[in-house]
Every structure is written in C-alpha cells, then in structure tokens.
Design a protein around this ligand. Structure first.
Ligand code: ADP
Ligand code: MG
Length: 259
C-alpha cells in the first residue's frame, strides 16, 4: 500500500518544502521507502536535496507534459529518499496543461505508471507550488491526504479557507476519497501565547485536526539546504529534527488507521 500525501498551502514560506524533505528523511529512517515529488518550478526541494536543477536534462515536467517514463527521471538522494526533480521548465507545464484533457489526472497517472513499472513506495510526498493552479489541483487529485503547513501568526492563515474550497472541489469532481489530514504548525514559537492562540483559532474555525508536534522555529533550518541534506542529517539531534521525527511517526500511525 502506498500513501500519497500532498503538502499544500498557496502561501509561500510556510515550510512546505522543508516539511517534505524532513518528513521524507524521517520516514526513510524508519525503514519506509519514500518518493518525493518536486512540483514547484523554483525547484527548491530538488536543490535542497543536493541536486542542481541546472544540471538536469530530464525532470517531472517531461513526465507530466510529454509522457516520459517516470522511472527514467527518479533519482536517489543522500537522504535515503527517491526524488522526482523539478527544473524551471515546470513553469511552462502549468500553461501546457491548461488546454489538455485530463490535466487534473496527470500526477495520478504518473503514480499508477510507476507502480505498473515495478517502482513501489510506501510513501509519496508531493511538494506543491505556492498557488492553487493546475499542479496543486493535480497533486490533490493524486493524493490520499493533504497536509497543510501553517505558520502560526495572525494573517498567515487567511488563505486556508480558499485552499479548503479547492479541496472541496477536488473531492466533488476528481478525487472523492481525498482526506484533509490536518494542519502542521511550522515556524512555531511556543514561547508566545499568541502562536498557541492562533493555532487553536484555526483548528476550531475550520474544524481541522492539528498534526503534532508543532515544528519549532530554529536557525538550523537555514543551514540544511545549502548542505544538500535535510535537517535530520545536518543537525541530527536538534529540536527541529526531533519534531519532524515525531510528526513522521504520527503519520505512520495515521496511515495504518486509514488503510
Ligand atoms: P515553502 O516551501 O512553503 O515556500 P520553505 O520550506 O521553502 O517554505 O521555507 C521557507 C524558509 O523558511 C526557508 O528559508 C526555510 O529554510 C525556512 N524554514 C523552514 N522551516 C523553518 C523552521 N522551523 N525554523 C526556521 N526557519 C525555517
Ligand atoms: Mg516550497
């Protein structure tokens, strides 16, 4: 059984990419096989896992828009996870796909195609771009669940309603089985009551679960991408790494419950 999770929030800078890299590395530490898919033309996930997008000839763009065999694009990373990398060409995919029939299903077919070709993963994590465009809708259409990283500050959750509207549409038209797994509090400063209050307000207003524990705000995260490894490797025993390990363990429990 593969569990596919979309990590989505149309707001930039809320730690989508950091969460995908760190949760992926934590799941790999637990012995699970993991594929991370970079769906952001900025290719931050690809870069942060030690691969320079400019050196790549093939990327997720070729799979989604040109029907390339996805197994030809998957790379192994030093973090023990497989990666479907992105390059800036992906910026064109959004426009290319707009006029295509079945565009919402391109990622779902890619995942089915991988399985048909014998590439099996316990987890597939989809790193969504900061928009609610074609790629995010395709990710939600391919996913079993969606995780919403959220910075616990006033105003930063103003887009959550819009994201949930998109989830609602996806459930209606392209993926009836999609489940919102919850909000993942990121860049969390637990010393302030403000952060805690914001978190409670959000989960109550939108009736969403909160995936625990919150990820603390720490400078260690700034150092990891430049090293081409996730924080689990660059700061093994930091609070941030421990928090992501605990989140990953909770997701494993949740997946067991869901399947
Ligand atoms: P997104 O993918 O949502 O745009 P990123 O994962 O790229 O967000 O994170 C945005 C910035 O915040 C990056 O510079 C990243 O290193 C930093 N960051 C992420 N998580 C933390 C954290 N817990 N503490 C401090 N900085 C963080
Ligand atoms: Mg990102």
């Amino acid at each position: 059984m593969t569990t596919t999770l979309a990590i989505a929030n149309q707001k930039g800078g809320v730690a989508k990419t950091t969460s995908v890299a760190s949760i992926g590395a934590a799941l790999a530490e637990l012995g699970h096989s993991v594929l991370l898919v970079d769906l952001d033309p900025q290719a931050c996930l690809t870069f942060s896992l030690g691969i320079d997008p400019e050196d790549l000839e093939l990327s997720v763009h070729h799979v989604l828009t040109k029907g390339l065999d996805p197994t030809e694009v998957v790379l192994q990373t030093d973090d023990g996870v497989a990666l479907m990398p992105a390059t800036i060409e992906l910026a064109r995919a959004e426009a290319d796909l707009l006029t295509r029939t079945g565009r919402e299903h391109v990622l779902r077919s890619m995942i089915e195609d991988l399985a048909a070709r014998g590439s099996h993963y316990d987890w597939i994590l989809l790193d969504c771009p900061p928009s609610l465009g074609v790629l995010t809708v395709a990710a939600l259409t391919a996913a079993d669940g969606v995780l919403v990283p959220l910075q616990c500050e006033t105003l930063s959750h103003r887009g959550v309603g819009q994201l949930l509207d998109t989830v609602h549409d996806v459930k209606r038209f392209t993926n009836r089985d999609l489940v919102v797994w919850g909000v993942l509090p990121t860049l969390y400063d637990g010393r302030t009551t403000h952060a805690r209050t914001v978190l409670e307000t959000i989960s109550e207003t939108y009736d969403l679960e909160v995936v625990e524990p919150p990820i603390p705000k720490t400078i260690k995260f700034a150092e990891a991408p430049a090293a081409g490894r996730s924080i689990l490797a660059t700061s093994r025993s930091s609070k941030g790494a421990a928090a992501y390990r605990a989140v990953a363990a909770n997701l494993v429990t949740r997946a067991g419950r869901a399947s």
